[in-house]
Design a protein around this ligand. Structure first.
Ligand SMILES: NC(=O)c1ccc[n+]([C@@H]2O[C@H](COP(=O)([O-])OP(=O)(O)OC[C@H]3O[C@@H](n4cnc5c(N)ncnc54)[C@H](OP(=O)(O)O)[C@@H]3O)[C@@H](O)[C@H]2O)c1
Length: 291
């Protein structure tokens, strides 16, 4: 059994493959303040204390809530901490998610993220496409990406990534500016991006699955439960260990509002999945693809 890589080079930064996604720290529906502010701050501090150096966030979580929590909990930031944010959406007063793709909105979003996080430069900014309601959909991203590339040229952004995008949009983007990561929906049961992940791995581009545990309705599967029981691990830990094994360019940002869940998730790196378990887990999405 081979040892899995634990580190990935994201742009000019080195990150551990097990990171943390901050979205769950905002209030219900990712809107408004957390139920328990001290508990939210404790999760962030524990993540960094346990060695996390890659945190995913956005100013449209709350809005502004998770960025402000990150700043309060962790600023001044450890040198090795990489904060990845995303722009391209805004929240309506009714908590709806609306596109924010005009030049003025994108420029404003970068400045808002800088201010709320207390930074002079953002390490990585993902442009979040908003063409499809339920997932990526075709449409040119040239105009918004050109705006973001100009902000990078001005030194406000170090690296650019994409979220909720198709292979054609990634190809279009790479003709405009280097892309260091892609953040799409992917997990044990939702494997539309299998081929894309392998293509990005060959190019040294990180693939950062959102909803790695299934999102708002965490994964449930009899096969997953059986494998987890046999290995003496929890289902969530197995789901994350499977992702780590799936491809070396996969970086994990599981979200949680609980310190206990955070600890459990970060322990996924120590769980070695035997080949027969991998085969069974691949069957959940009906794929024979070797992980
Ligand atoms: N680019 C995009 O469009 C996009 C979209 C969605 C999310 N994201 C990013 O991706 C990150 C991850 O996605 P996510 O947080 O939505 O979904 P997720 O990581 O798949 O799952 C989070 C859910 O799983 C629960 N959970 C976490 N650890 C658990 C454990 N050990 N045992 C049992 N339940 C557990 C959480 O509840 P508890 O709080 O109770 O632990 C929460 O309900 C987000 O934080 C965000 O940064 C990006």
């Amino acid at each position: 059994m081979t040892t899995l890589p634990t580190i990935f080079t994201l742009g000019d930064r080195s990150v551990k493959r097990l990171g943390y996604g901050a979205m769950q720290l905002a209030g219900p529906g990712v809107f408004g303040p957390p139920k328990d502010r001290d508990a939210a701050l404790a999760v962030l501090r524990e993540a960094v204390a346990l060695g996390v150096n890659h945190i995913d966030t956005s100013d449209f979580y709350g809005p502004h809530v998770t960025n402000e929590l990150i700043r309060e909990a962790l600023h001044p930031y450890p040198d090795d901490l990489v904060l990845v944010t995303k722009i391209g959406a805004r929240r309506g007063p009714d908590a709806s998610w609306l596109p924010a793709f005009t030049a003025a909105e994108l420029i404003q979003a970068v400045h808002d993220n800088l201010r709320h996080l207390g930074l002079d430069v953002l390490d990585v900014v993902n442009l979040r496409a908003m063409f499809g309601v339920h997932g990526p959909a075709e449409g040119s991203i040239e105009a918004p990406l050109t705006v973001l590339a100009e902000l990078r040229r001005q030194g406000l952004v170090r690296h650019i990534g994409l979220s909720n995008v198709t292979p054609a949009q990634i190809a279009e983007a790479r003709r405009i500016v280097p892309i260091v990561c892609v953040q799409n929906h992917y997990n044990l049961a939702h494997r539309d991006d299998d081929a894309l992940i392998d293509a990005l791995a060959a190019e040294g581009i990180a693939y950062v699955p959102f909803f790695p545990l299934g999102g708002f309705n965490p994964l449930q599967s009899a096969t997953l439960s059986a494998v987890a029981a046999r290995l003496g691990a929890t289902t969530m830990r197995v789901a994350l260990a499977w992702l780590l094994r799936r491809a070396p360019n996969i970086l994990l940002i599981p979200g949680t509002s609980s310190v206990a869940h955070l600890r459990e998730n970060l322990a996924a790196g120590e769980l070695v999945l035997p080949d027969d378990a991998i085969r069974e887990l691949n069957g959940i999405a009906g794929r024979a693809v070797a992980a």
